[in-house]
Design a protein around this ligand. Sequence first.
Ligand code: MG
Ligand code: MG
Length: 280
Amino acid sequence: MNWRNGVVIKSKMELEAMQEAGRVNALALSAAAAIVRPGVTTAEIDEAAATVLRQHNAEAAFVGVPGVFPYPSTTTICVNDELVHAIPGDRRLIEGDIVSIDCGSIVDGFVGDSALTLPVGQVSSEAERLMEATLGALLVGIEQMREGNQTGDVSFAIQSHVEANGFNVVREYTGHGIGRDMHEDPQVPNHGSPGRGIPLRSGMTIALEPMVLAGAPETVIMPDGWAVASADGRLTAHFEHTVAVTPDGPRVLTALETPLEGIRYNQYFVTRPASEKVGT
Ligand code: MG
Ligand code: MG
């Protein structure tokens, strides 16, 4: 149902379909995350996600997205200063890098979209704090995904958490409505004011994605025309979940049902707001 400003309200059945797309996407992302280590190439990480999508007869939502040329890969994989949209290739991760993996899946016509940032071996304390602050911003944003709130409440929570930790949110790229299309209305920026924006209503599904810079918020597009990096060359991090507003509160569609062993940021994969434990 098209509600207002192009915002699509999903029925209960559509939400179940989105849950399945989200679940498959979480499996792909966790498979990619599981092989992150020094020496692995970003193309190998991409292939780990692509394999899971093939096993589930899912389509890769990012393939063919228009740009300077159609996007060629299942994931975007960003290292250190790279923030979003970097194409996987023969770059080898080294100890001390941080790597952001973003994946999108289409199952039965619905899209799941989620991302996380991981350390490669031992990383700097700034890198650790940046990743923690970015994950924390996602979690406080999810908590605001409730009927009666507005998109500005979500944006404000994310921005406040990031800035309280001494970092900056990106301005040029935003969270977004998601459903049959990867990008639907409304946009949900990572900065904003409480009580502003679009009212949240049950059946809305939004990909929240704090993109955080250790230094100044300005970004640059790299020479390949796809990758976006911090203008000052400092570290960046990115966490994302696809989240539904329900009568019982926020429901994370891109979480896993069972915790994974031995993976960093397990907390990210098993995100379950307290409100989700009741009801269906
Ligand atoms: Mg994404
Ligand atoms: Mg997204």
